[in-house]
Design a protein around this ligand. Structure first.
Ligand code: CU
Ligand code: ZN
Length: 171
């Protein structure tokens, strides 16, 4: 019965190391709230890592399929339709595109893909986002759209109405 105890203690040690690293890293969170008539809500977490900002999202209340997912320039979700968040966060003046494309807005995070129950998760490391400086994404807003981002239409991928909005706050 020694082996399981060893494995368990190694697991606890590894978790401790991971937690120590995360405690030092810059972090931010956006709590997504539904816009008027929507049921979409969720949480987006941002953690600084060596290769960029690690973005993880957990969103519910979606229709099955793809939904545009972006950082918009203004951290203002006060309008019932989310329009107060403005356009895509685009500090470098690039055209709209896929997050992995050569050119895209810093706020372009592609699409969330919801399963049959309307639940979506996203896991992405963005080299385009910064916690510091005038081009920081802190204090801006995450928007989930009712429709799919086609990743090429200008200026915003033709992703339709805004279904949820959340201001990005540093933790
Ligand atoms: Cu958007
Ligand atoms: Zn864009």
């Amino acid at each position: 019965m020694k082996a399981p105890i060893l494995i368990l203690s190694a697991g606890i040690m590894m978790a401790g190391v991971a937690m120590a690293f995360e405690a030092d890293a810059a972090k931010a969170v956006a709590e997504l709230k539904p816009t008027q008539g929507s049921k979409v809500q969720g949480t987006v977490l941002f953690v600084q890592e060596p290769n960029g900002v690690h973005v993880t999202a957990d969103v519910t209340g979606l229709t099955p399929g793809e939904h545009g997912f972006h950082i918009h320039e203004k951290g203002d979700c006060s309008a019932p339709d989310g329009s107060s968040a403005g356009g895509h966060f685009n500090p470098t003046g690039k055209p709209h595109g896929a997050p992995a494309a050569h050119e895209h807005h810093a706020g372009d995070l592609g699409n969330l893909t919801a399963d049959a129950s309307g639940h979506a998760k996203l896991d992405w490391i963005s080299p385009d986002l910064s916690f510091e400086g005038t081009n920081s994404f802190i204090g801006r807003a995450v928007i989930v759209h009712a429709g799919k981002d086609d990743l090429k239409s200008q200026p915003a991928g033709n992703a339709g109405a805004r279904a949820a909005c959340g201001v990005i706050e540093k933790k």
